[in-house]
Design a protein around this ligand. Structure first.
Ligand SMILES: NC(=O)c1ccc[n+]([C@@H]2O[C@H](COP(=O)([O-])OP(=O)(O)OC[C@H]3O[C@@H](n4cnc5c(N)ncnc54)[C@H](O)[C@@H]3O)[C@@H](O)[C@H]2O)c1
Length: 273
């Protein structure tokens, strides 16, 4: 079923980070943003672009792809300057949909962390959000009433042991959202929020140990069930639209009610012999 479109982003220009393949949340956001009338550039780390899958998305959305390692200030400067040139003006929305932990990838336990890896986790998954906004501010690249969104996970507040150092990265990411949200609000009337999404079957998601069990547990705990990638994309679209102009500095749960549920009947039933 195709999504209804409401022209919510008509005339808006954006930058979408993190579309790796069709499963990526950013991929769905790009498809929906296109349907809602936005023009945007797509970006990802040069290594991720090698697979070439993003070109199918770019063609479908009539978007150009600009390689950028989100930890490199030089790459980010080039990304914002080029995007403004290609799109013909300042940027109205930015999606930060980036996460990577070498410790998770290499199966290092949280109590046996490799600190070089840990730095990388924080740099890629959290500081890149600060770098993105700092670059945009320095280049005066954001339009008034623009909207910046990053994707997060509830491991920022509660312990999910196998989420490892990504939990610390998400806490930092959400904190940066608040701190920079204040600054961009005052100076540019731009809002900044993080969306805390249900576990979702993507490349980044399935890298977490025991992800299948984890995703089913969250589904049974959530009164509405897990929120899928398309629904996450729809939520991002509303956050980029003018319907949410005064929502800023928030961590917004998009999780089917998981975050406010102590236990569900379905989970209790599993323990009642
Ligand atoms: N999948 C889940 O269960 C889930 C749940 C909550 C939040 N999230 C968050 O959603 C976001 C998107 O993840 P996804 O699940 O769509 O997986 P994904 O693997 O499709 O996306 C992660 C992206 O990060 C990019 N990336 C990695 N290093 C980078 C770098 N140095 N520079 C630029 N880009 C880089 C990857 O190339 C990839 O496109 C992440 O922040 C993730 O933590 C995911």
């Amino acid at each position: 079923m195709s999504n209804p479109s409401f022209n919510l982003l008509k005339g808006k220009r954006g930058i979408i980070f993190g579309a790796l393949n069709e499963q990526s949340i950013a991929w769905k956001v790009a498809e929906r943003a296109h349907e809602e009338g936005a023009t945007f550039t797509l970006t990802n780390a040069p290594i991720a672009l090698r697979m070439g899958e993003i070109n199918n998305l770019a063609e479908k959305c009539n978007a150009q792809v600009i390689p950028a390692d989100a930890t490199s200030l030089e790459d980010l400067e080039n990304l914002f300057s080029q995007s403004m040139e290609i799109l013909g003006g300042k940027i109205d929305f930015v999606l930060h949909s980036i996460g990577m932990s070498p410790n998770v990838r290499k199966g290092k336990h949280y109590t046996d962390t490799n600190y070089d890896f840990f730095h990388k986790t924080l740099d890629i998954s959290a500081l890149s959000f600060h770098k993105t906004m700092q670059t945009a501010l320095k280049l005066d690249a954001l339009n008034e009433w623009g909207s910046v969104v990053a994707l997060s996970y509830i491991a920022a507040q509660r312990v999910f042991p196998d989420y490892n150092d990504m939990a610390d990265a998400k806490s930092l990411l959400e904190s940066i959202g608040r701190s920079f949200g204040y600054q961009l609000g005052v100076s540019k009337k731009v809002r900044v929020n993080t969306i805390s999404q249900s576990p979702t079957m993507t490349t980044a998601g399935s890298g977490v140990k025991g992800f299948d069990g984890f995703i089913s547990y969250a589904d049974e705990m959530s009164p509405l069930g897990n929120a899928g990638a398309i629904d996450c994309a729809n939520y991002c679209i509303t956050m980029f639209s003018d319907l949410t102009k005064y929502v800023t500095m928030q961590n917004l749960f998009h999780d089917g009610g998981f975050s406010n549920t102590g236990v569900s009947q379905k989970v209790i039933d599993r323990f009642n012999g």
